[in-house]
Design a binder for this molecule. Structure first.
Ligand SMILES: [Fe+2]
Ligand SMILES: [Fe+2]
Length: 271
């Protein structure tokens, strides 16, 4: 199976690069399933119904989120009924929506997507490792799912790497999001799980993690907010991780970074 996990889509430039590039990429790489992190898709903060629909129309199958999942309160109007949008998995019991769900590809393969969120330098949540363990035990690779995709939304590289090893051999891939900068450590871990610490973002990289650089520089240099953070509006780079799995085991054959458009040096797997 061929899977793409796309990093945080930031505002209009992020959505535009998906609209321009994702359908051709789906065809060229023969993708079976595409996950994108949508937590910053609405003006940099959260996700609305119309923007979720816009992203599905570009070729995204499932939208994960993270700490910004609730920035647009209207998500509460649709997240209970919209199976294709996940919120972080390890929220308290009774939180609207879901952080894990089982999907079918167009060819009928079963794909489990998990969206845990880290706790290091972030809000105190339930244990993401325990929450992932519950899901992997309830729906193991092969018996329950032909592929298992883990979007580990976390600040600390160490916590993301730990989640990779925690899932090694039990998930098809563990890919980090939230840092908005792609890391150069794509690999298949020893027991067969594809891993990259951060997928990067779909954002204008003439920015501070996707945001117009003026306001972050004000805050860092003057310690005084002067206005709102808004997305940088130049052409975005699509950043993602491509994962190919063995059909028999659901484990990874390879993991490769994808970067298309904008300012970053382009790279794309050969197929
Ligand atoms: Fe983000
Ligand atoms: Fe985040």
């Amino acid at each position: 199976m061929r899977i793409l996990l796309i990093g945080d889509v930031i505002g209009r430039p992020g959505r535009d690069v998906l609209a321009a590039e994702l359908m051709p990429l789906r065809d060229r790489l023969g993708l079976d399933f595409v996950v994108a992190n949508g937590e910053n898709a609405a003006g940099g903060f959260g996700l609305t119904r119309s923007i979720a629909n816009e992203l599905f129309a570009t070729g995204v199958d499932v939208l994960t989120t993270g700490n910004h999942w609730l920035d647009q309160k209207e998500i509460l109007n649709f997240i209970d009924d919209e199976d294709r949008v996940l919120r972080p998995l390890n929220y308290p019991k009774g939180t609207p929506g879901r952080g894990a769900s089982l999907y079918q590809t167009r060819r009928g393969a079963r794909v489990l997507v998990l969206n845990p969120m880290g706790r290091t330098f972030m809000d105190a949540l339930d244990d993401p490792f325990a929450a992932v363990d519950v899901q992997l035990s309830a729906c193991p690779l092969r018996e329950g799912a032909d592929a298992i995709i883990v979007d580990m939304h976390a600040e600390a590289t160490s916590e993301k790497m730990a989640m990779g090893h925690f899932c090694d051999g039990r998930a098809s891939c563990v890919i980090g999001t939230h840092s908005h900068v792609p890391t150069a450590d794509a690999q298949v871990l020893p027991q067969g799980t594809a891993y990259q610490t951060d997928a990067g973002a779909c954002a204008d990289y003439d920015s501070v993690i996707g945001m117009d650089k003026f306001e972050p520089l004000q805050r860092f240099t003057k310690k005084m907010p002067t206005g709102r953070m808004t997305p940088a509006m130049g052409p975005a780079t699509l950043c993602a991780v491509f994962v190919e799995t063995f059909d028999q085991t659901g484990l990874a054959l390879r993991a490769e970074p994808v970067r298309i458009g904008g300012r970053l040096i382009p790279t794309s797997p050969s197929v």
